[in-house]
Write a protein that binds this ligand. Structure first.
Ligand code: DLZ
Length: 158
């Protein structure tokens, strides 16, 4: 099977982030992965015109806390979008299913409530290696993709 880097993007097709205020919130669980995703997202936003002062970066303990944090950030600040970063790795219990279900539905609810893009940059993998490959490995970096998605969605909202 051909392995492609899913984070290669054409910068000319990405709307400028100039003047956009973007929140980025990342879970502390699986920090090696979420740090790499956060870095990918922040670097991509800066490279596409978002000013450092217009970036609000926050941390939460785990992926499960992302919807609450996104809700608070949108409520308290004039943000155009929030990128939510997490990594849930399948274990031996059903915890994985509960977290993934709650977070995907929760982020959608927050997005619809605030009428702002809330981006799902959450890896849900069977293994740590699969997460590595999607946070700067051969399958790209989902943080980069989340940043591109946020800017495209902001432009769509205008
Ligand atoms: C408890 C837990 C487990 C088992 N696994 C993960 C995980 O793989 N990734 C993650 O981001 N968080 C995990 N957590 C923590 C929950 O997200 C949450 O922080 C706690 O259940 C407290 O609400």
């Amino acid at each position: 099977m051909k392995k492609t880097n899913l984070s290669d993007y054409d910068a000319s097709q990405v709307p400028s982030g100039n003047g956009r205020k973007i929140g980025v919130v990342a879970a502390e669980w699986n920090a090696e992965i979420t740090d790499a995703l956060l870095d990918g997202a922040v670097q991509t936003l800066l490279a596409n015109g978002v000013a450092e002062d217009d970036l609000m970066v926050r941390r939460v303990p785990g992926t499960f806390e992302l919807p609450t944090a996104a809700d608070w950030m949108l409520q308290a600040h004039q943000l155009d979008a929030v990128i939510c970063i997490g990594c849930v790795i399948q274990g031996e219990t059903r915890h994985f299913e509960f977290i993934c279900q709650a977070v995907s539905q929760g982020l959608m609810n927050v997005s619809l409530k605030h009428e702002r893009p809330v981006i799902f940059s959450v890896l849900t993998t069977d293994t740590f290696d699969q997460a590595k490959q999607r946070s700067g490995g051969r399958h790209g970096n989902k943080g980069v993709e989340g940043a591109v998605t946020a800017l495209k969605m902001c432009a769509l909202c205008e």
